[in-house]
Design a protein around this ligand. Structure first.
Ligand code: 3PG
Length: 214
């Protein structure tokens, strides 16, 4: 069984996780190449398009240097599809008991969303300590994250803020010790992917990698 903590460390190592919505399987290669050329070896392919599982499988098979996560995984059925496609980890915007159970049964690296102390407690009860923090900026940004995580200081929580994260606030988030990495669609937006703006995606990814390294 894969080591969940090691997988999550690898997934967050770059400090930045591009969140993507890809409609066309044919775009998977160019997208993966643009990110890898920029030095970004991780991507969260969201189940917000019907092609998600196929995109994941294609990137996993053709771009072994890329660590592929499945995003917006809302049901155990989607989790199974993500695992079958070869995803190495999965995330969701929220937390639900069926998903926690399915991920635990599969021994799979799963990052649920937490936006309240109750969700953090529910995750802790089943051994989860890395959470997606969504929607990070509209919810109140860094000060909100500090407030809700303060009571849990003995639990070494790690967060992946997404939602309104951009190049403008990336450094602030990554300066916070509890932040493992940030995620966001700004690096490779739906429009950029649809328009085939691979050069723009590469530039955004390079900029994000450079700032994250600082
Ligand atoms: C996510 O799924 O993480 C969010 O949709 C990302 O939000 P953003 O579009 O504001 O980056």
């Amino acid at each position: 069984m894969p080591d969940i903590q090691a997988t999550l460390r690898a997934a967050t190592a770059s400090g930045v996780i591009p969140v993507v919505e890809v409609e066309a399987v044919a775009d998977a290669d160019a997208l993966a190449e643009a990110l890898l050329e920029a030095g970004l070896g991780v991507v969260e392919v969201t189940f917000r398009t019907h092609a998600a599982a196929e995109i994941i499988a294609r990137i996993v098979q053709r771009h072994p240097a890329m660590l592929v996560g499945a995003g917006t995984v809302l049901s155990p059925a989607d989790l199974s599809r993500a695992i079958d496609a070869g995803a190495q980890f999965a995330l969701a915007p929220g937390l639900s008991r069926p998903m926690l159970d399915a991920a635990a049964d599969a021994g799979f690296a799963y990052v649920p969303g937490a936006m309240t102390p109750s969700e953090i407690q529910a995750g802790l009860e089943v051994g989860i300590s890395t959470f997606k923090f969504f929607p990070a900026m509209p919810a109140g940004g860094l000060s909100f994250l500090r407030s809700i995580s303060a009571p849990f200081r003995l639990h070494d929580l790690r967060f992946i803020p997404t939602g309104g994260v951009s190049i403008a606030n990336l450094a602030d988030w990554l300066g916070e010790p509890a932040v493992a990495a940030v995620g966001g669609t700004w690096i490779a937006s739906r429009d950029m992917i649809r328009d085939g703006d691979w050069a723009g995606i590469r530039r955004n990814a390079e900029e994000a990698v450079r700032l994250a390294r600082q």
